[in-house]
Design a protein around this ligand. Structure first.
Ligand code: FMN
Length: 182
C-alpha cells in the first residue's frame, strides 16, 4: 500500500496532505457532541454501543439520526430488530463510555450487558442502561449509506427521563478524553 494511502481527500490546493489530514481531524474533533449508548435487540440478543455521532434530524416527524460503522454488530441488530433505543447517559456515569466501546457481553439470566443492568425500551424492546438520565425509543425509519458509516434514521416512538427526573446532567464528549471520528 502506498504511504498515507488511507488519507481521505479532497485537499486544499497545494496543501501538505499529511499535515492537512491531522489538522482537519483536530478540527472535526472539536464538533460538540453528546455521548450516548445505542441499544439494539434482535430477539434475545441485545447490545449497547457507545456513540457520539447522534443528532435530531427533523421535528415533524420526530427523527433522530445515529451514524453507525457499517461493520458494527449494532447495525445488524438494529436492522433485524427494526429499531433502536438511545440512552442519554448520566454525566456521573462516564465510565460506561469505555465499557461499551467494545461489543457487550450479555448475561441473559442476570439481565446485564457487560455487567451493567439494562431495561427494555417500551416499544422496540431494545436495551436502555438502568440509571439512564433519559431515553429515546426509536423505530428504524430508514438507512442512508454514507461510506464508512450508515446513518440510522429513527422515528421517536417513546421517550422518558430516568428515576432522578429532569435535573440530571447528560454526558457530553468533552467530559471524557476520548475522541471519535475526525
Ligand atoms: C467516544 C466514542 C464515540 C463513538 N461513537 C461512535 C459512533 O457514533 N458510531 C459508531 O458506529 N461507533 C462509535 N464508536 C465506536 C463503537 O463504540 C465501537 O466500535 C463498538 O465496539 C462497535 O459496536 P458493536 O459492539 O456494535 O460492534 C465510538 C467509540 C467511542 C470511544
Amino acid at each position: 500500500m502506498a504511504p498515507h494511502a488511507s488519507i481521505v481527500g479532497p485537499f486544499p490546493p497545494g496543501a501538505d496532505r499529511v499535515q492537512y489530514d491531522r489538522l482537519r481531524r483536530r478540527v472535526l474533533w472539536r464538533l460538540t457532541t453528546g455521548l450516548y449508548l445505542f441499544g439494539t435487540r434482535a430477539g434475545a440478543r441485545r447490545n449497547l454501543m457507545t456513540c457520539s455521532l447522534v443528532t435530531q434530524l427533523a421535528t415533524d416527524p420526530k427523527l433522530v439520526g445515529v451514524s453507525v460503522e457499517r461493520a458494527a454488530t449494532s447495525l445488524a441488530l438494529a436492522r433485524e430488530g427494526g429499531g433502536f433505543a438511545l440512552t442519554l447517559v448520566d454525566r456521573a456515569d462516564r465510565a460506561v463510555v469505555r465499557t461499551f466501546a467494545k461489543p457487550a457481553v450479555e448475561d441473559v439470566p442476570a439481565r446485564t450487558l457487560s455487567g451493567r443492568a439494562y431495561e427494555d425500551a417500551p416499544v422496540t424492546g431494545a436495551p436502555v442502561l438502568a440509571g439512564a438520565a433519559a431515553y429515546l425509543d426509536c423505530r428504524l425509519e430508514r438507512e442512508v449509506d454514507l461510506g464508512s458509516h450508515v446513518l440510522c434514521v429513527g422515528e421517536v416512538v417513546d421517550a422518558g427521563f430516568g428515576g432522578a427526573g429532569e435535573d440530571v446532567a447528560v454526558l457530553r464528549s468533552e467530559d471524557t478524553r476520548m475522541s471519535y471520528g475526525g
